[in-house]
Design a protein around this ligand. Structure first.
Ligand SMILES: *Cc1c(COP(=O)(O)O)cnc(C)c1O
Length: 353
């Protein structure tokens, strides 16, 4: 089979039209993004000399209403640096049982920071019950770890946390002397879905981590935002974690480009998720959760999930099946791709199990 070159370096079979809905991390940098990366002035960021990194950090901090920001290679490292900047050895953070910062980061806060997680059940909308939070805060007593931090996630499984809830939960934390951290890997999806500027969400938190490599379409990168003091502490942790990078303006330029060009268009991804959910609605054996942002979950009856994924993959449609079937829309998917996915799903269910 002959091959065609997509962007730089990715070889795919000619004529194949892949609809990759596994994640919004699979996007290729656009031509404009690549140009911005190539044109970026660079320096050694470990010396604080990279003008593109410095400009991005100032921009993100300003955009989200914080004193300072720190560019990070990944969201995992960004959350880790945030948690370790808030908590010391023997401290505790309250977090969702299904939150990324608890479940999907290799236990880093505990392993590397000796911070005890206090996981609480996530409600179906991603919130933690205020009564659960209240009850989990330990008294100041030698028996207990010191409860220091409340960590929320927005979006959570594609759900935008209600603004009223964020206000109440962070007010409770403040009242009880806890700091607050937001894992905002997909913060801008939440802001677009909630039709508010992102800082309307972030202003309630002491620190926020955002990802440029998810729906914003950059190849790499996250940022941690907080007070100057907190970011100075996080900077030490980042170095310790091996995240001190040199001419990294090359990547910061992609993030900067994404902030300029790829926030408002998240509404298109959300519309495509709606289109996909609508197209899959009403199929017997398939239960589709109406999406709020760019992630569509579906439950398949009778254990046919793996067979459906294989059927889709054979037709060039990729999805994941970790917690029910998951389809994620993004920059590199269009309406035709979504219709291909819908047709393939319908074809599968037109044959009896
Ligand atoms: C993707 C993601 C992260 C960070 O993941 P990395 O792959 O380390 O960049 C953190 N939290 C949530 C909710 C995420 O979706």
């Amino acid at each position: 089979m002959t091959a065609v070159q997509y962007g730089s370096g990715t070889l795919r079979p000619a004529g194949e039209r892949r609809v990759d809905l596994r994640s919004d991390t699979v996007t290729q940098p656009t031509a404009g993004m690549r140009e911005a990366m190539m044109a970026a002035p660079l320096g050694d960021d470990v010396f604080g000399d990279d003008p593109t990194v410095n400009a991005l950090q100032e921009r993100v901090a300003g955009l989200l209403g914080f004193e300072a920001a720190l560019f990070m290679p990944t969201g995992t490292q960004s959350n880790l640096c945030g948690l370790l900047a808030h908590c010391g050895r023997g401290d505790e953070y309250i977090v969702g049982q299904m939150a990324h910062t608890y479940r999907y980061e290799g236990g880093g806060a505990a392993v590397l920071g000796s911070i005890q997680p206090q996981p609480l059940p996530n409600q179906p909308d991603g919130t933690l019950l205020l009564s659960d939070i209240e009850a989990a805060i330990k008294p100041d007593d030698a028996h207990f770890a010191k409860t220091r931090l409340l960590c929320l996630e927005n979006t959570w499984n594609g759900n935008a946390l209600p603004l009223g809830y964020i206000e109440q939960a962070t007010a409770l934390a403040k009242r009880r002397g806890l700091a607050t951290h937001l894992d905002g890997a997909r913060l801008f999806n939440a802001a677009v879905a909630s039709q508010v500027p992102a800082r309307e969400i972030t202003r309630h938190f002491d620190s926020v981590s955002v990802c440029f490599s998810k729906g914003l379409g950059a190849p790499v990168g996250s940022a941690l935002c907080g007070s100057r003091e907190l970011i100075a502490r996080a900077h030490r942790v980042r170095k310790m974690a091996g995240g001190g990078m040199r001419q990294v303006g090359l990547l910061a330029a992609a993030a900067d480009y994404a902030l300029t060009h790829h926030i408002d268009r998240l509404a298109d991804d959300h519309a495509l998720a709606q289109r996909l959910a609508a197209g899959m609605a009403g199929i017997p054996g398939l239960t589709v959760t109406p999406p709020q942002t760019n992630i569509v979950f579906a439950q398949v009856a009778d254990g046919r999930g793996a067979a459906l994924l294989a059927h889709l993959a054979a037709r060039g449609v990729l999805a994941t099946g970790l917690i029910g079937l998951r389809f994620v829309t993004h920059l590199d998917v269009d309406a035709a791709g979504i219709d291909t996915a819908i047709a393939a799903v319908r074809e599968f269910f037109s044959h009896p199990a």
